[in-house]
Design a binder for this molecule. Structure first.
Ligand code: PRP
Ligand code: URA
Length: 209
């Protein structure tokens, strides 16, 4: 069964407060999402396997560590997932980036896929699917399904804010996928928005409303 982690690091929680604040403008919102994504990447990579190597320092040989294991792939769900990519890449610059384009039909709330492009070596990579919002869970379930269909074997899901309903839907559909959050909120409202959440993540990131 999927494990769910909520990162309680004070910097993440502090910045999330300003991300939620409706008086935070587009520029600051974008910067904060970028910063929180980097901090979450720091936490999510805590368990990466290490291997010992020998490096020559100016004083002599040192046994030291480098990251071992599978290479990483980031997959932002368009649009809003894009706001988290650069922050993560600052810490993991060698990660490759795939894209899954989905939008949520405003009437049915069902995800509609319009674009998928993944790294060629999809089977060799460990993927992190990223999206600020996990609401009904439909978009995340569909994006993960899309990756698995193309051969992805190891997938994590990283979101800023989730509703309990969405977490349950992902756990049910993809029990092998662990979920990493900055906050688990109270509920969904009748329009499928997370309460209290932060509103529409795509619109706030890109200034489209
Ligand atoms: C938002 C958000 C998620 C999705 C979450 O995207 O970024 O992808 O909704 O909702 P769900 O869990 O109920 O599927 P949206 O569909 O608004 O598209 P956009 O990013 O292009 O604005
Ligand atoms: N998508 C968003 O951007 N916000 C929500 O609260 C739910 C879905």
């Amino acid at each position: 069964m999927s494990k769910v982690f909520v990162f309680d690091h004070p910097l993440i929680q502090h910045k999330l407060t300003y991300i939620r604040d409706k008086s935070t403008g587009t520029k600051e919102f974008r910067e904060l999402v970028d910063e929180v994504a980097a901090l979450m990447a720091f936490e999510i990579t805590r368990e990466l396997p290490l291997q010992e190597v020998t490096v020559e320092t100016p004083v002599g040989p040192a046994k030291s560590m480098t990251i071992a294991g599978k290479k990483l792939g980031l997959v932002p769900i368009l649009r809003a997932g894009l706001g988290m990519v650069d922050g993560i890449l600052r810490l993991i610059p060698a990660a490759k980036v795939g894209h899954v384009g989905l939008y949520r039909d405003p009437e049915t709330l069902q995800p509609v896929e319009y674009y998928v492009k993944l790294p060629a070596d999809v089977e060799e990579r460990e993927f992190i699917v990223i999206d600020p919002m996990l609401a009904t869970g439909g978009s995340a379930v569909e994006a993960i399904h899309s990756l698995k269909k193309r051969g992805a074997k190891t997938i994590k899901l990283m979101c800023l804010i989730a509703a309990p309903e969405g977490v349950e839907v992902v756990k049910e559909a993809h029990p092998d996928v662990d979920i990493y959050l900055a906050a688990l909120d109270e509920k969904l409202n009748e329009k499928g928005y997370i309460v209290p959440g932060l509103g529409d993540a795509g619109d706030r990131l890109f200034g489209t409303k």
